[in-house]
Design a binder for this molecule. Structure first.
Ligand code: NAP
Length: 290
């Protein structure tokens, strides 16, 4: 191959563009889902559907998104409140989206819940709650939206499913008084669900990938951050000496949903500054012995 051919990239300026794409974001009213929705709106999406249980929260998020500077022309956020944890809720979400479009290009299955409780008293109901929302609901949402995702999908320009897992699904979660046993297991399960669906849906022109965030300040994470010694302590222990930022989510979701990420399928990207691999004090001790 000649240098001329090897150096030529097809239309680089559009590589990270989501121009004209239609996205659905569950758990989009705040936190990581809202960071991603903002990125979708600014990267070119024409419609971004914002879903969570509370209608007022979805409307408020859409108001903020629709007033963002730097929106791509015509970009609109549309509230579609629904409880993803129930089959009725998933069907209601689909019906609401169908009132506006018969095609969806990006599904961000991000809604999730956690539960912290000691091992000895960890309740059955806690396990059921996190498995239902974090795993079963993700499967149900992807299955129900598959026909809309297939509508404009092609192997050349695939539709995208993104799942929010967690580094708690790659390593272990929190142990002790606030043990997140069910949560950690659910996030590992949904990662593997993603790999299965990547092979099932790839040939239909739909990629399936997961993001595995570390600690990002959010309503869900703030309580655990406080109980683990505070945001500053957790940030200092991170190899990058900080917690996650909205732009860290924005960059990852735009990469995975744009043409730049179209050959990534069945993957999981950790967004945690490398904290998963750090061995804390053990490493310091070993180094001091050298
Ligand atoms: N923040 C972190 O450090 C972190 C790290 C790793 C993974 N994650 C994952 O990231 C995802 C988002 O978490 P977050 O930190 O952004 O938390 P968050 O700020 O508490 O947001 C959770 C979102 O999910 C919605 N939601 C909760 N239950 C729902 C249900 N049954 N149906 C539909 N929507 C529901 C909430 O809105 P409503 O209350 O209105 O329903 C809200 O929009 C979760 O899957 C979480 O496990 C977060």
């Amino acid at each position: 191959m000649s240098a001329q051919i090897e150096a030529t990239l097809h239309d680089f300026p559009s590589l990270f563009s989501l121009k004209g794409k239609i996205a659905v974001v569950t758990g989009g009213s705040r936190g990581l889902g809202l960071h991603a929705a903002s990125a979708f709106m600014q990267a070119g999406c024409s419609k971004v559907f914002i879903s969570s249980r509370k209608a007022a929260a979805c409307e408020e998020a859409c108001k903020v998104l629709n007033a963002l500077p730097n929106l791509s022309p015509g970009a609109t956020a549309i509230p579609v409140p629904a409880d993803s944890a129930t089959m009725d809720g998933v069907r209601s979400l689909l019906a609401q989206v169908k009132q506006h479009t018969d095609a969806v290009d990006i599904l961000f299955a991000n809604a999730g819940a956690t539960w912290g409780e000691a091992f000895d008293t960890h309740p059955d109901q806690a396990f059921a709650k996190v498995m239902d929302l974090n795993v079963k609901a993700v499967f149900n949402t992807i299955r129900e939206f598959a026909p809309l995702l297939q509508k404009r999908a092609s192997l050349e320009d695939p539709s995208r499913v993104l799942i929010t897992s967690s580094v708690a699904g790659l390593g272990v979660g929190t142990l002790g008084k606030q043990g997140t046993y069910g949560y950690s297991a659910s996030k590992a399960a949904v990662l593997h669900l993603g790999r299965n669906l990547a092979l099932e849906l790839g040939p239909r022109g739909i990629t399936v990938n997961s993001i595995c965030p570390g600690f990002f300040p959010s309503k869900m994470a703030n309580g655990l951050l406080a109980m683990s010694g505070g945001a500053d302590k957790i940030a200092k222990a991170n190899p990058m000496r900080r917690l996650g930022r909205p732009e860290d989510i924005a960059g990852a979701v735009v990469y995975l949903t744009s043409r730049a990420g179209s050959h990534v399928n069945g993957e999981a990207i950790a967004i945690d500054g490398g904290a998963l691999w750090s061995r804390g004090e053990m490493l310091v001790e070993e180094q001091s012995k050298l």
